[in-house]
Design a protein around this ligand. Structure first.
Ligand code: ATP
Length: 245
């Protein structure tokens, strides 16, 4: 274990006994007035389910977009399974990203949305069938996305992010705008995906909702990580009391 890893809290250190999947060092993307993500470092072990929590504007989406390769950082280094994030070709199938607003073709069917993506990445059509089956989308396969509920759109978007069977998944506010029932459906889905061995980072601005789900909570405030540890420690922490009470 390196001295850098030894300095981490015990809960994080023990999870690092699994191989490190994501290694982020000094990553930043800074907009006007010091907004965005300030230099940030952390690592994630294989199989963690991390909730990135923070108020609006904390930098959650910026972080996920940087990790997903949707934004170019100002500085820093990201390695996924030891591969530099700049090597997009090597990583394109290893990372699945579902943005806050599902980026789907509204006037195409569920099946066609998935099939287009599959074709782009030379994924066999059988995988489209498998994803529709796994995410209970078969009854909606011919429905245009435009006519789906927000919850169903989110399911299609999450399903699409899994088509290439990536090992690291990034879900930005997967429950944004969903009612209680749909929110729970998404969390059940996340649990299912996690139990199949995937590593997940997802964002939320409602920490109380993800208490039972996340294996680790990372809190962003004004572009900086102000807490990183277990859910139990988080809810006892001054950070939680200060930011959410
Ligand atoms: N393209 C941009 N140009 C200028 N400022 C930006 C840009 N994108 C984000 N920001 C600013 O960076 C900060 C972090 O934004 P970000 O979207 O990452 O926050 P967030 O935590 O995801 O918030 P939310 O929960 O509202 O989505 C905000 O102050 C935002 O206004």
């Amino acid at each position: 274990m390196t001295s850098w890893e030894k300095a981490l809290p015990e809960t994080i250190r023990s999870s690092l006994e699994s191989p490190i999947q994501l290694d982020v060092r000094g990553l930043s993307k800074v907009y006007k007035e010091n907004r965005g993500l300030l230099a940030t470092s952390f690592c994630v072990a294989k199989g963690e389910l991390i909730a990135v929590v923070g108020h609006n504007g904390a930098g959650k989406s910026t972080l996920l977009k940087l990790l997903g390769g949707w934004l170019v950082p100002d500085s820093g280094e990201v390695r996924i399974d030891g591969i530099d994030l700049e090597n997009r070709r090597a990583l394109v199938r290893k990372i699945g990203f579902a943005p806050e607003t599902p980026a789907l073709f509204d006037f195409f069917s569920v099946e066609y949305n998935l099939a287009l993506f599959a074709r782009l990445f030379r994924i066999p059509f059988s995988q489209v069938e498998a994803v529709m089956d796994e995410f209970s989308l078969l009854p909606f396969r011919q429905c245009k996305v435009n006519f789906l509920s927000k919850g169903l759109k989110q399911r299609v978007s999450i399903g699409r992010s899994l088509l290439a069977d990536p090992s690291l998944l990034l879900f930005d506010e997967p429950t944004s705008g969903l009612d209680f029932e749909m929110t729970n459906e998404v969390y059940v889905l996340l649990e299912k995906i996690h139990s199949s061995g995937k590593t997940i980072l997802f964002t939320s601005h409602r920490p109380e909702e993800i208490q039972a789900l996340a294996t680790r909570i990372m809190v962003l405030h004004q572009g900086t990580i102000v807490f990183d540890g277990s859910p139990a420690d988080y809810f006892e922490s001054r950070v939680h009391q200060h930011l959410y009470s």
